[in-house]
Design a protein around this ligand. Structure first.
Ligand SMILES: [Zn+2]
Ligand SMILES: [Zn+2]
Ligand SMILES: [Zn+2]
Length: 88
């Protein structure tokens, strides 16, 4: 366990949007873009957090394919629930 105070080497993230050191927060110090990346469920490309569609293939960036009707966890990118057939 490391103490959470004192000098800690903070990992500087480079903003995927503006390309500048964005600091260690959740948003870029320069442009306010959300930091971090997620993987496209379709093509596996790294897509910046906050984007709704993959820049490579245009797939929607769903975090999960959880069915709004029955709650079944479908594979991300599925169009219909495998359990009840509801459109996702
Ligand atoms: Zn930025
Ligand atoms: Zn993609
Ligand atoms: Zn369902």
């Amino acid at each position: 366990m490391k103490p959470l105070k004192g000098k800690i080497e903070t990992r500087t993230t480079v903003c995927p949007k503006c390309g500048k050191p964005a600091g260690s927060g959740k948003f870029c110090n320069y442009c306010g873009a959300p930091l971090g990346t997620q993987r496209c469920p379709n093509c596996g490309a790294q897509v910046a957090l906050g984007l709704k569609f993959c820049g490579e293939c245009g797939s929607p960036m769903q975090k999960s394919g959880k069915c709004p009707n029955c709650g079944y966890e479908n594979e991300p990118g599925m169009k219909f629930c495998g359990e009840c057939g509801t459109k996702l």
